[in-house]
Design a binder for this molecule. Structure first.
Ligand SMILES: *Cc1c(COP(=O)(O)O)cnc(C)c1O
Length: 479
């Protein structure tokens, strides 16, 4: 037995690095990162490679090690090259990605120290840090200091946490679902539908409330529908409003909707995954007025705080409801109950999780909040600037004034099918490679979107986008 143990130990010790080995690995990775930052601006926004990443499959997981140089070569060739260049300023599609460098360092630090941030007793400093971030976000949206919240991996999980909390707060049981009613905008994010389904509401009544011409939910239509449903013996339960719809950027009239929900006893949820952090700047705060009336709100640091993917947040105004839906006391954790701060494990479906607060905290501390507020106000202005320029350009039609930083526009060709022309235009801009745009369909109409949210998208990029769009549209008109 001892021989075997010796043998196994000598193999297992490969997992333990010396300081010199650690430095070697770190040095190689840092060099790779420098190269990534050097090369990224020159890369096409969408890169086609010969096999679009399939080559990674030729290096399967195996008992034998490879060195860091070879691993990074595999990554560069097969993983980091094909597809969208997400950290470039020319990313103006979907909701653009961030990628603030200090957040990567936060991930690095949290993976090294590997604190167990789910439970206060185990890592009190980590839980305090996360709860401080959540209180800061809560203050931003006008929530009381004793609201509860959780840092999630993204907005979808945050929406799910909200739906489950709203369900339990209203005491809904499966026998109630088929007569319970959810009020939604036609422009809600599909993660709300998904959350409802996962939470068991496959038979819930869903009402899509009429929108005005700028894609805002109409409060009068909402109130009328709720009253009609109650008269019909249904149970109006949940209103979901957008604080920045993904498709249109529209912020619903939160003050009026909040009043209606409050007067009629509905749970009011605000989906601010894209837009809620605009509350950091004055014009954004103005737009988001009424958000404080919600019972729950979600906001994604990986969108409007410019972080790399992996950060969402959910806030619930009445902490008791959030605890009631998520708290358990397993016997094997009997030593770790309680403490001065709420523990993330008691407020979310997760138990073990990464210490993900650090990736949010480090950039906020190193930069301070001022540049974030400035960048967000800048993006709002850039969206208005783009819309104004496109409204003047020959042949283009624009959607409503943007509430935040998404602009809808399309080209109206002299002849032929406009939808087909605009689909070709998106493709032509992608092939050109200097900027990246995406399209959508609203009420059957094909629109192209320009979404400004990358932290380093400035006026020069918007001017470039206008040049590329006009060039490509003219070329298509001639074709
Ligand atoms: C992105 C988005 C979501 C989903 O968030 P993920 O972080 O992608 O899971 C939900 N709602 C809105 C309005 C969004 O823009």
């Amino acid at each position: 037995m001892f021989d075997r143990l010796d043998q196994l130990e000598s193999q297992a010790r490969a997992l333990e690095l010396s300081a010199a080995q650690r430095q070697h690995l770190t040095g190689e990775v840092v060099a790779y990162v420098d190269r990534f930052y050097r090369e990224s601006p020159g890369r096409p926004m969408y890169q086609y490679t010969d096999d679009m990443g399939a080559g990674i499959l030729d290096a399967p997981i195996s008992p034998d090690p490879i060195d860091i140089g070879e691993a990074l070569r595999l990554l560069h060739r097969h993983v980091d090259s094909p597809g969208l260049n997400p950290t470039a300023p020319g990313h103006l599609a979907y909701i653009p990605a961030g990628g603030l460098y200090p957040a990567a360092l936060g991930d690095y630090l949290s993976a090294v120290t590997n604190l167990y941030s789910g439970i206060f007793f185990v890592a009190p400093g980590a839980v305090r840090l996360e709860n401080m971030l959540l209180r800061w976000m809560g203050e931003m949206v006008g929530y009381p200091a004793d609201a509860a919240g959780n840092l999630t991996t993204g907005g979808s999980i945050a929406n799910l946490t909200s739906v489950v909390t709203a369900r339990d707060a209203h005491g809904l049981k499966p026998k109630d679902y088929a007569r319970s009613v959810v009020y939604l905008s036609g422009e809600r994010h599909h993660s709300i539908d998904k959350a409802l389904r996962i939470a068991g509401f496959t038979e819930v009544v869903m009402r899509l409330i009429d929108m005005d011409a700028a894609y805002h939910m109409r409060p009068d239509a909402l109130a009328a529908q709720i009253d009609a449903d109650r008269q019909a013996g249904l149970n109006p339960w949940l209103v979901v409003a957008n604080a920045g719809a993904t498709n249109t950027g529209a912020v619903d009239p939160l003050t009026e909707i909040g009043q209606i929900a409050h007067d009629r006893g509905l749970w009011f949820h605000v989906d601010g995954a894209y837009g809620a952090f605009f509350a950091l700047c004055e014009p954004g705060r103005e737009r988001l007025r009424g958000i404080e009336r919600s019972d729950s709100v979600i906001m994604d640091p990986h969108k409007s705080l410019f972080l790399p993917w992996g950060s969402g947040a959910v806030l619930i105004k009445d902490r008791r409801t959030m605890l009631a839906s998520h708290h358990y006391s397993p016997s094997y954790l009997q030593d770790v109950e309680g403490g001065e701060e709420l523990s993330p494990a008691d407020l979310s479906p997760e138990l073990t999780r990464s210490f993900r607060g650090l990736r949010v905290w480090l950039p906020l501390k190193l930069f301070g909040t001022r540049p974030f507020a400035a960048a967000l106000e800048e993006k709002m202005l850039l969206a208005r600037y783009f819309r104004a320029r496109m409204a003047e350009a020959d042949g283009f039609e624009v959607g409503p004034e943007p509430d935040l930083s998404v602009v809808l526009w399309r080209y109206v060709p002299a002849r032929g099918d406009a939808d087909a022309f605009n689909a070709q235009l998106v493709e032509a801009v992608k092939r050109d490679g200097r900027v990246f745009l995406s399209s959508t369909r609203i009420d059957g109409v094909f629109w192209i979107r320009l979404a400004v949210l990358a932290y380093h998208t400035h006026k020069d990029t918007i001017d470039l986008a206008i040049d590329v769009i006009c060039e490509q549209a003219a070329a298509l008109e001639r074709a």
